[in-house]
Write a protein that binds this ligand. Structure first.
Ligand SMILES: *Cc1c(COP(=O)(O)O)cnc(C)c1O
Length: 368
C-alpha cells in the first residue's frame, strides 16, 4: 500500500517545530524580547526598506557585505578589551541562526559524518542533523545542567564527531559553558571538525562570564553563532550570524542558496544595527528581572537552574502539563520543555512578571 505524500521514509510521522502561537495576554514562551522598537527605530527601518524597494528588480548582494561589516563592528565590541577585532570576512549571516546552523551541517556534516551535543539542549539540533543526513549523537549534561568535561571528552573520543553543538547559555536550562571547556573541546576535536558555540542568548550572560568570541584567535575550528532574535529584539526580522575563521565562511558559501538573504532583510538588519544601543537597551533590565525571578521562584520552594539567559527553567512538578495548562487558563503562556517535570518561562516586562508570579502563586496553592 502506498502512502501519500511520498516523502522520505524517516520523515513520515514527524511533526514540524511548533511552539504554540496562541493569542494570550502574557506570552512568555519563546524567549522573545518583550520590548518592541521605538518610533524612531521604526522610522529608520521604514526609510531603509523604501530605499531597498527602489532596486527590488535586482538580486541582492549575495555576500551581504555592508551587513557583515556592521555585524563585525558590533561583535568587535565584545572582544575589544582583549585587543582583538572581528573582521567582516569572519562573519556570515542567514535567515535566523537556525539557517546558519543548517548551513553549517550542510557543509560540515552529511552522510558518514557525526554531530554531537549534550542533552538537555536545543530541540532543533537533531532536526538539522536528520535533514542533512548527519548521524546524531546526544551525550548527557551533569545533574546541574553544566557540561561534564570528562564525560564530554570521552564521548568525543569515542564518536569522533565532525560537528559539536554547544549552546552557551544553553537552552532550555540557561547554563553557560565554562571558558576552559571551549578551548579543551576545540583541541580535542582538532582540525577534523568544528565546535559551534551557539550564543543566541550571549548578551544576557552574567558579569564575569566571557563570550566564546574571545577564544576565536586561538582556535581555527571554533564557530560562534549569534542572532538578532533575542537580546536585539528583532525575532520577526529573521537574522542570525556567525563569527569564525574566514575559511569557514567560504565553506558555507558553497552550500548557501543563491541570494539567500533578501535585500529587505539586509536593509532592515543594517538599519537596526545602527540603533544597537537602543535595541539592546533593555538587556540590563531583563537581566535584573531574571535574577529577581530566580530568587522569587526559589522562595516558593521550587528548584531553579542558574540562568545566564533571558529565561528560567524551574520545577519540578509531578504533572507539568497540568501546571502549564493552569497558567494558560490564567492568561499566561510559558513553555513545556526540558527534562521531565520542568517548565521554562521567558523574562518579560515587570507587568508580565507580576502576572506570571500571581498566576503561578495561585497554581502552587492549588496543588499544595
Ligand atoms: C532562539 C534560539 C536561536 C535563535 O534562532 P533564530 O533562528 O536566530 O531566531 C538559536 N539557538 C538557540 C539555542 C535558541 O534558543
Amino acid at each position: 500500500m502506498s502512502t501519500f505524500p511520498p516523502m522520505r521514509e524517516e520523515l513520515r510521522g514527524e511533526t514540524p517545530y511548533g511552539a504554540p502561537q496562541l493569542d494570550v495576554p502574557v506570552c512568555l514562551n519563546t524567549n522573545e524580547n518583550p520590548y518592541g522598537p521605538s518610533p524612531a527605530v521604526v522610522a529608520d527601518i521604514a526609510t531603509a526598506v523604501a530605499h531597498a524597494a527602489t532596486c527590488l528588480n535586482r538580486y541582492p548582494d549575495r555576500e551581504h557585505v555592508a551587513l557583515r561589516e556592521a555585524l563585525a563592528a558590533y561583535l568587535t565590541r565584545d572582544v575589544a578589551h582583549t585587543g582583538a577585532t572581528i573582521a567582516a570576512e569572519q562573519v556570515w549571516a542567514a535567515n535566523g541562526s537556525n539557517e546558519v546552523m543548517l548551513q553549517l551541517l550542510q557543509a560540515f556534516g552529511g552522510p558518514g559524518r557525526t554531530a554531537v551535543s549534550f542533552a538537555p539542549t536545543y530541540s532543533m539540533y537533531p532536526e538539522y542533523a536528520r535533514d542533512t543526513h548527519t548521524r546524531w549523537v546526544a551525550g548527557r549534561r551533569a545533574d546541574d545542567f553544566g557540561l561534564d568535561l570528562d564525560a564530554a571528552r570521552a564521548l568525543i573520543e569515542a564518536e569522533r564527531p565532525h560537528v559539536v553543538l554547544l549552546p552557551s547559555p544553553n537552552n532550555p536550562t540557561g547554563t553557560a559553558l565554562a571558558p576552559e571547556a571551549i578551548g579543551a573541546l576545540c583541541e580535542l576535536v582538532g582540525e577534523r571538525g568544528i565546535v559551534v558555540v551557539d550564543e543566541a542568548y550571549g548578551e544576557f550572560r552574567r558579569p564575569g562570564v566571557p563570550s566564546a568570541l574571545e577564544a576565536l584567535p586561538a582556535h581555527r575550528n571554533l564557530v560562534v553563532t549569534r542572532t538578532m532574535s533575542k537580546a536585539f529584539a528583532a525575532a520577526g526580522l529573521r537574522l542570525g550570524y556567525l563569527a569564525a575563521d574566514p575559511a569557514i565562511c567560504d565553506a558555507i558559501r558553497v552550500v548557501r542558496l543563491p541570494y539567500h538573504l533578501s535585500a529587505v532583510t539586509q536593509a532592515v538588519a543594517t538599519a537596526a544595527l545602527g540603533h544597537a544601543p537602543e535595541l539592546l537597551g533593555y538587556v540590563d533590565a531583563l537581566r535584573a528581572e531574571r535574577d529577581d525571578l530566580v530568587v522569587w521562584l526559589r522562595e516558593q520552594g521550587l528548584q531553579v537552574a542558574d540562568s545566564d539567559a533571558n529565561f528560567v527553567l524551574f520545577g519540578t512538578f509531578a504533572d507539568r502539563h497540568a501546571v502549564w495548562q493552569e497558567l494558560l487558563d490564567r492568561g499566561v503562556l510559558i513553555r513545556e520543555t526540558g527534562p521531565d517535570g520542568w517548565l521554562r518561562v521567558s523574562v518579560g516586562t515587570p507587568d508580565e512578571m507580576t502576572s506570571f508570579k500571581s498566576a503561578l502563586g495561585a497554581v502552587l496553592e492549588e496543588i499544595a
